[in-house]
Design a protein around this ligand. Structure first.
Ligand code: PLP
Length: 384
């Protein structure tokens, strides 16, 4: 038993969600997955694969027709150039991609640099390998890492082997411009480290085009992406790891040890998504953007000063000064009194204190109810 792994923040999220679910009729704005269904043509491809008896082991990295389709898609969408024969492995979601990549690279005593607040699996995955997370608090810099801070942290922490980068970000919805990415790459180039770039939300950007770090610094980048968010395919468990051939070969060995390969049926669904699903994300993205705008306008009216998030489906905002600043208490009271579930920012680590994360992967009706419940709660709090 590795004790540090037990202290995972994810468990606090699960516990909070379980409490929300136990309250009949509670409005839940915590969910980190699309509330759309997988597009029909992808489901049909999987059904056909079953009927064609495509139900056997495959090669560990994934069927080669699939990897060819992934390479073409990543090229067409983001201008990336990965050789499908040596530079791409299909994994059980980005979740396994992080796990296998950390396992392939890290030694006990190493460190992993993580901008915070952050998605909850990275720190425990580092601990699992005997490594330690080093967090950069981004709350004072619009939830972005600056080249100045990155340079200083890398200079003073020679044990850092991985910079875990995630944009558009869960939980903040923040992304980066090309110039900002280039400035960070200039710093990273001076160090013998890998960037693991979790770009699972790359198709969910609003009014700007996502730039992949795999394009900015290919020699040092391990790109993680997948279909969970772009194609509403969380349950299929599909991701890809792409990067320099030598490190991808090592990651593939860990992946093979852990999984043999990903599910054969999922590979046929993913093949269809990558070949014929280029436009599937568009209607979902348009809907998320409309929801973001509605939620943002409502929160601004209630006195929340939210920066406009330009990616993913999260809005991360400071609790206005006149209310209780303890985000865990705020969220628990809100759940108890108004039956509205929103996650406390501190569940996402350093820099999240005093903040709340709203997920707008929720219906417009839920967003409207959320705003009206929040308004009632704030009125009560003011009068307390
Ligand atoms: N990375 C981030 C930033 C996420 O928010 C999530 C899910 O919420 C994942 C990875 C998990 O992705 P997958 O479903 O591909 O394992």
């Amino acid at each position: 038993m590795k004790p540090s792994v037990v202290a995972i923040k994810q468990q606090e999220i699960f516990k909070f969600n379980a409490r929300a679910k136990s309250i009949p009729g509670a409005v839940n704005m915590t969910v980190g997955e699309p509330n759309f269904h997988t597009p029909e043509h992808i489901k049909q491809a999987a059904i056909k694969a079953i009927n064609d008896d495509q139900t056997h082991y495959t090669v560990p990295e994934g069927n080669h027709e699939l990897l060819n389709a992934v390479a073409k898609y990543l090229h067409d969408k983001y201008g990336l150039n990965y050789d499908p024969k040596t530079q791409i492995v299909a994994t059980t979601g980005v979740t396994e991609g992080v796990f296998s990549a950390f396992n392939a690279i890290l030694q006990p005593g190493d460190e992993v640099l993580i901008p915070s607040p952050a998605f909850t699996i990275y720190g425990p995955d580092a601990n699992f390998n005997g490594a330690s997370p080093v967090y950069i608090d981004t709350s004072e810099t619009d939830f972005k890492v600056t080249p100045e801070v990155l340079s200083e942290v890398l200079r003073t922490n020679p044990r850092i082997k991985i910079f875990l980068f995630n944009y558009p970000s869960n939980p903040t919805g923040v992304s980066y411009t090309e110039d900002e990415l280039i400035a960070l790459a200039e710093v990273i180039k001076k160090h013998n480290i890998f960037v693991i770039s979790d770009e699972i939300y790359s198709e969910l950007t609003y009014n700007f085009k996502h730039i992949s770090f795999g394009n900015i610094l290919p020699e040092q980048t391990i790109l993680l992406n997948g279909l969970s968010k772009s194609h509403a395919m969380t349950g299929w468990r599909f991701g890809v790891v792409c990067g320099p051939a030598e490190v991808v070969a090592q990651i593939n060995k860990i992946h093979e040890l852990a999984t043999t390969s990903i599910t054969s049926i999922t590979q046929f669904a993913a093949l269809e998504a990558y070949k014929n699903g280029y436009d599937d994300p568009i209607p979902m993205r348009n809907e998320y953007q409309a929801r973001r705008d509605r939620l943002l306008a409502g929160l601004n009216k209630l006195g929340f000063e939210c920066p406009t998030p330009n990616g993913a489906f999260y809005l991360f905002t400071k609790i206005p000064e006149q209310y209780v600043q303890d985000d865990v208490k705020f969220a628990n009271d809100l759940l108890d009194k108004e039956h509205l579930a929103i996650l406390p920012g501190s569940f996402f680590g350093i820099g999240g204190e005093g903040h709340l994360r709203f997920s707008y992967a929720a219906s417009m009706e839920d967003i409207d109810q959320c705003l009206s419940k929040l308004e009632d709660f704030l009125t009560l709090e003011k009068n307390d």
